[in-house]
Ligand binder design. Structure first.
Ligand code: FES
Ligand SMILES: [Fe+2]
Length: 389
């Protein structure tokens, strides 16, 4: 392990083991319940967080070939990604420039469909893969004044970096990933995100607020309890360390194997064996780096009480045998079905169902749950900045 921020996190964890303490804030805090139930808050978040910042909506490997198209409908505007003839990945509003019909259908499992050109089914206006309007049936008669050059598809800011496709879902927006990932993008390279391959994706609708799901991925306090029947045996209790890096968060959560490195030199530390790393990438992404694969989780709010949870599994290399494929399939089902769905998401739904009961005006955060406070402070800061602009 050579990434200095990772070494520093492990050193802190070893320090806590030695002093028999935990990474904590000075005092408890709280999140008002209204943050998860208020309609105006939801609308403000969509506008201020989800329309103006880069969001990682796919893996480059989901669209490997020229002509690959992938629709995305979770950011409030219909959009799609397409790899053009030259291999460049582009993003467009999924809206025909004639009378607005949809162009690309949504695919199950996040797999791209292949197109030679983009033909609108309604009247067959036809666009090239770079968005240019190429053909209009009966153009001379029906549209003698049409300027085809001005009726290309509407492009969205998009960039591929660290193996992920980042989009700003506003055609007037700009994308600045250097600023967005400052100080943390290098971590994604350390994990080899560029070389890893897309394995599988599942999207599910969950009856909860998107922030409750993220809250649950930001503290290790529940691991030994909620996950007692699944992943708890792999982890220590509450031993973790975290950094705030701009609007992003980096964590190391100690695994059982952490005991092996007490008193051992740093060059014997194996980053993904002794701890699991988890990241929050502003505004809606969680990356969990398990010992042998990565879970990329995207939380997409569809209402105060509804979120689409998109889980993408990324693995070191494509399966070479059926046996390898079965191995990854089992891993995916265990973490997606057994842990995320049955435990984390079901709990987030249960919390949401009780929020309006009046039992709590605020959700209490213990001193070890400080990353949840960080997350909400980051959102407040970004919302405040949007209000000022
Ligand atoms: S709406 Fe697309 S061709 Fe008419
Ligand atoms: Fe969990």
């Amino acid at each position: 392990m050579k990434h200095p921020p990772h070494i520093a996190l492990l050193q802190r964890i070893l320090g806590y083991i030695e002093t028999k303490t935990f990474e904590m804030e000075e005092r408890e805090s709280a999140v008002p319940v209204a943050r998860y139930t208020d309609e105006a808050c939801h609308r403000g978040e969509v506008e201020s967080l989800f329309r103006r910042h880069p969001i990682a909506i796919a893996h480059a490997g989901q669209i490997p070939e020229p002509g690959g198209c992938l629709a995305h409908d979770l950011l409030g505007v219909p959009l799609f990604l397409v790899r053009d003839e030259g291999g460049t990945l582009r993003a467009f509003l999924n809206v025909c420039r004639h009378r607005g019909n949809r162009l690309v259908d949504t695919a199950a499992d996040g797999k791209a469909c292949r197109m030679k050109s983009l033909v609108c089914r309604y009247h067959n206006w036809t666009y090239a893969l770079d968005g240019a309007l190429r053909h209009v049936p009966l153009q001379e008669e029906a549209f003698p004044n049409l300027d085809r050059a001005a009726r290309g598809l509407v492009a969205l800011p998009v960039e591929v970096r660290h193996g992920l496709v980042w989009v700003v879902p506003d055609p007037r927006g700009t994308i600045d990933l250097d600023a967005h990932l400052a100080g943390i993008g290098v971590d994604l390279d350390v994990f080899g995100m560029n070389e890893q391959v897309f394995y599988q994706q599942r999207a599910t609708r969950v009856r909860t607020n998107w922030k409750l799901i993220i809250d649950g991925f930001l503290e290790g306090y529940h691991i030994r309890r909620l996950h007692s029947a699944t992943v708890a045996p792999f982890f220590t209790d509450g031993l973790a360390a975290g950094d705030r890096v701009g609007r992003n968060l980096r964590f190391a959560v100690a695994r059982r194997e952490i005991a092996e490195i007490i008193g051992q030199p740093e060059d014997t530390w194996d980053d993904r064996r002794h701890v699991s790393f988890a990241y929050f990438l502003f505004p809606n992404t969680i990356m969990v780096f398990h010992p042998d694969y990565t879970s990329h989780l995207g939380m997409f709010p569809q209402g105060t009480d509804e979120t689409v949870f998109v889980h993408t599994m990324v693995i070191p290399c494509a399966p070479r045998t059926e046996e390898e494929d079965r191995h990854w399939q089992r891993s995916f089902e265990l973490i997606e079905g057994g842990v995320f769905q049955k435990e984390d998401l079901r709990t987030a739904e249960a919390i949401q169902a009780g929020l309006r009961s009046g039992a709590n005006e605020a959700l209490t955060l213990g001193r070890v749950e400080y990353p949840i406070r960080w997350f909400h402070a980051i959102l407040d800061e970004a919302m405040g900045e949007a209000d000022r602009e």
